[in-house]
Design a binder for this molecule. Structure first.
Ligand SMILES: Cc1cc2nc3c(=O)[nH]c(=O)nc-3n(C[C@H](O)[C@H](O)[C@H](O)COP(=O)(O)O)c2cc1C
Length: 205
């Protein structure tokens, strides 16, 4: 699918066909494509919890303002950002060392820069987690479309409740959830709402 079609045809699908499911294989393909999203220092400070079982979906439904799409979607992704994804614990630093031919000084310099840029205040930590994981979220919706899977992003959530119920670590934050499935074609989505374009949102300086 070309990019223009992809971007103009993606919709937040409110109604999912409960008789259709996204296979684990397709989910894996979607995620493996979406992770080409960019991230600071390629740190990929994110993870995904794919909520599939009826029991866990019901739990999430109650923490998502009882939005029916959580129940109806085949799978709901909890996009988790890591506010301390710049720390030594991130395995990406090890991979980076190999990429730079074992030059430890380069990696140490990058670690120091990342610790300052993304870890020197609570605001920076949250920006780091949410900006990177937000790009992954869009990438996931685009990748889903490529595989014929419809999506719906959601942030009408009890973030703290999900954090606790799904056992997130202290440094992790729930960025949003994304429902995945097949649109229920017996129902009509509201018309695509207009977007504010270049003249309204952009300034050339
Ligand atoms: C971060 C984010 C959070 C959203 N949260 C919700 C939500 O909780 N419930 C909902 O019905 N729609 C939610 N939406 C969907 C938006 O309402 C929708 O994207 C917007 O109206 C434009 O529609 P379109 O995506 O079909 O173009 C969310 C969208 C984004 C990007």
């Amino acid at each position: 699918m070309d990019t223009k079609t992809l971007l103009t045809e993606r919709r937040s699908v409110n109604f999912f066909d409960t008789s259709k499911s996204v296979s684990d294989e397709t989910l894996q393909q979607i995620v493996d494509l979406a992770v080409f999203a960019p991230s600071a220092f390629n740190l990929q400070p994110w993870r995904i919890i794919a909520v599939k079982s009826d029991e866990r979906k019901e739990q999430l439904f109650n923490l998502a303002n009882k939005q029916d799409k959580v129940r109806e979607a085949s799978v709901v992704l909890i996009i988790v950002g890591n506010k301390e994804g710049y720390s030594d614990a991130n395995p990406v630093w090890g991979e980076m060392l190999q990429t730079v031919g074992g030059n430890q000084a380069v990696v140490d310099g990058a670690k120091q820069a990342a610790a300052y840029l993304y870890g020197s205040s609570e605001e920076r930590k949250l920006k780091f987690a949410e900006s990177n994981a937000g790009l992954l979220a869009m990438s996931l919706m685009v990748a889903a479309q490529e595989f014929g899977v419809d999506s719906h992003p959601m942030s009408g959530l009890d973030f703290d409740g999900i954090h606790a119920a799904f056992g997130l670590e202290a440094a992790e934050t729930v960025v949003m959830t994304i429902c995945l499935g097949s649109a229920d074609t017996t129902k009509t989505l509201y018309p695509r709402r207009p977007r504010r374009g270049f003249n309204e949102i952009a300034t050339i300086v």
